[in-house]
Design a protein around this ligand. Sequence first.
Ligand SMILES: [Zn+2]
Length: 324
Amino acid sequence: MKRIAMAILCTILLITGLPQGFLQEAKASSVTGQESHVEIKTINGKKYCFKNGRKVTGMQKVGDDYYFFSGSAKGAMDGGWKIAKGHFRYFDKKTGKMQTNRTINGRKVNSQGIWTPVVVLDPGHSAIVAGGYEPLGPGAGQMKAKDTSGTQGVVTRVEEYKLNLTIAKKLKSLLEKKGYKVILTRTNNKVALSCKQRAEIANKAKADAFVRIHANGSSSSSANGAMTICTTKNSPYVPSLYKKSKALSTQILNAYVKATGCKKEFVWETDSMSGNNWSKVPATIIEMGYMSNPTEDRKMQTASYQKRMVTGIANGIDRFIIYS
Ligand SMILES: [Zn+2]
């Protein structure tokens, strides 16, 4: 009886328990084997990360810490604000280590090392135009129309407010992938919003950037290209925002022109835009192109060009957030 019982027990173990356990162990050890070969090597004074002997870039875990190896710097370790694994993170400029649970230049990184910048996008105009007047800026005696109907495509006949919303929505989804929190001042074409109300949405959100999306129109059909608009150094409303709003405008215009290949106009500094004047956060208007120019009007309605427009604006916002 005992011998039979032992034989049965052995058979059961062989068929069920043993082979499974053996396979699981084999898998586990091969995984640990891969992870154990991550190391940082110093070559010509710069630090690089190697995984199983191969140079790797991006955010990497070495020991208990995370580091950033920049693809644009041929894989060298790099510090400062970076977009890594879908979030903004800060890597110490000396040690290279990702920072957690601290505030850097007023920006709070959480326990996972994540800081979430807020961007408010304002698709200009609407099918329903806000009527009446409002002060040009805080404390201004001068009044200005709350909003206007905007321009229209000379060939496509598309209304500016529609193009502005299309671009704002595409830009929102791209920025969210990069780790931003994005708020739109309007999500459809049926809301009437004054310029002051648009700015108040950005103020309430304490936005890191307020980006107002517009397209231009001119009596000359040959006019083409992009410009950005910010308040002046001598603004009676927000003089302290000049440096930041100018930087935001410059970065967006440069990145936009680079991505789209359109003509670069200039950063127009003026205190005549009420939405910029009422903003308590860095603000810009981008005039993405001329709807009065047949070529630019057609281009701005194509998916491929819209992708470049959105990429350009997003790259400009990234540069502003990272370098200012
Ligand atoms: Zn406009």
